[in-house]
Design a protein around this ligand. Structure first.
Ligand code: FAD
Length: 408
């Protein structure tokens, strides 16, 4: 977001509240921050499309991670540091939400067959990107109603036919995790190579989150083999639920990083206006907005970090927490950026302003990775269903009821 302001000024003060975040973890986050700045400065800003630049950034960061030594942490600390890495990336630009980590490729690493997991862990470590294709024209909030369907293929395996829409990372993904009905009508998930025969793309121009290409993906007799399936022939709902329980806290932290970047930029601009005498003093309303949004962003970040750990700990409330936290964090970030932008004037409304970009990107994220009314409604339903409350299943084992509510 802003080269003069450091994301450390947000993370370091939280350290007493994150007792197992060691010096080593903080150093790694500092390194990510400086690597990002360096790689972004070195990546060509013109002559290539934004997504080619983002993909180059992802690959260069992957090279640096492979060159360094990454010690193994407990799953809980890993969840914490991954969410904080998302915060660091979001602080620079929400389009960098895929700059590090497996992203949606996590579904393959968790649920693929041994061979597929090994192949993809190497490809993801090299910087390859995986997209998710779940939404269809009838409405992404109803995954159970998808019509993309597999039929048996002569000689074994299936053929996949149908269409997905609003798919992000449309042209940059090396593969997609696609959700469809198997020949028995149960929901399955499979990893489909982006170059598979019968796969066609229909790009559309996004109004926010425009860094990656976006649009529709159609399938005409695309071959699916047993080895491509995640969690077996009918494990699609369980894969979806388990993935988003873990993924949404990361999305939440990344969105809050973007709003924190805007906060730092606005604070720096106002401080400079004060010290140079452009403004004699800052109005109380401005100071109150800075103070309130600072508290709101920090408390939402702490909730997102807690949700990341609750999920990893295998809590029965993980899914509910991650749904609520995603909605709360992105709403908080979106409102904060709208209010903060008004403190610095018309410059924040130029098309190329980082503030305008953050507003548009966070607007897109109100829908992507889970629509807020659906997420919050399903939290409310869980809270008011005594049987569901008593026996909240762990997402890794849950196969029954699902609250899909959208993806990105
Ligand atoms: C920037 C962006 C990136 C995305 N990336 C991806 C991606 O990579 N892969 C992918 O598969 N999808 C992606 N999506 C799609 C996203 O997951 C869907 O937009 C989301 O699932 C909602 O689906 P929909 O847009 O069809 O809305 P709908 O499901 O039609 O819902 C629209 C509204 O209607 C409401 N609604 C639903 N049922 C009712 C009812 N009975 N009565 C009244 N209101 C109702 C919903 O809560 C919602 O508010 C992306 C979307 C965006 C904006």
């Amino acid at each position: 977001m802003n080269g003069t302001e450091s994301v450390s000024s947000w993370i370091t003060p939280l350290r007493p509240a994150l007792t197992d975040l060691s010096d080593r973890h903080l150093e790694r986050l500092h390194r990510l921050e400086s690597d990002l700045s360096e790689v972004l400065a070195a990546a060509p800003a013109s002559g290539v499309g934004p997504s080619a630049r983002l993909l180059a950034v992802r690959r260069r960061l992957a090279e640096r991670v492979r060159a360094g030594h990454t010690p193994t942490d407990s799953p809980s600390v890993t969840a914490l540091t991954e969410a904080l890495a998302g915060f660091v990336c979001g602080f620079h630009d929400l389009d960098l939400r895929d700059a590090v980590g497996p992203g949606h490729g996590r579904m393959i690493l968790r649920h693929g067959t041994g061979l597929v997991r090994r192949r993809w862990s190497a490809r993801l470590a090299g910087g390859d990107l995986v997209g998710i294709a779940a939404t269809e024209r009838h409405g992404g909030s109803r995954l159970q109603k998808i019509t993309t369907r597999a039929v048996p293929r002569p000689g074994g395996g299936w053929w996949l036919n149908g269409e997905k829409c609003w798919v992000s990372r449309l042209t940059e993904s090396a593969a997609f995790v696609v959700f469809f009905k198997n020949p028995d009508g149960h929901i399955a998930a499979a990893v489909i190579d982006a170059r598979a025969p019968g796969l066609e793309r229909g790009p559309v121009i996004p109004a926010g989150l425009g860094g990656w290409a976006w649009g529709s993906l159609s399938f005409t007799d695309v071959p699916v083999d047993e080895a491509d399936l995640l969690a077996g022939p009918d494990g699609g709902l369980a894969v979806f639920r388990e993935h988003f329980a873990a993924f949404r806290p990361l999305v939440a932290a990344t969105a809050l990083g973007t709003a924190a970047g805007v906060h730092s930029q606005v604070t720096a601009t106002l401080t400079a206006r004060l010290t140079t005498g452009i403004l004699p003093r800052l109005r109380d309303t401005t100071l109150v907005t800075l103070g309130r949004t600072h508290a709101e962003l920090n408390s939402a970040l702490l909730a997102a970090l807690a949700a990341a750990r609750i999920t990893t700990a295998g809590s029965g409330q993980a899914d509910m927490w991650s749904r609520g936290v995603k909605a709360h964090a992105v709403d908080t970030a979106h409102h904060a950026v709208a209010e903060l932008s008004l403190l610095v004037g018309a410059s924040g409304f130029q098309a190329d302003s980082a503030l305008a970009k953050a507003r548009g990107d966070l607007g897109g994220l109100l829908y992507a990775d889970g629509i807020h009314d659906s997420l919050l409604r399903s939290v409310g339903r869980t809270l008011t269903t005594p049987t569901a409350q008593a026996a909240l299943p762990h997402p890794r084992t849950a196969t029954a009821e699902i609250h899909p509510h959208a993806v990105a």
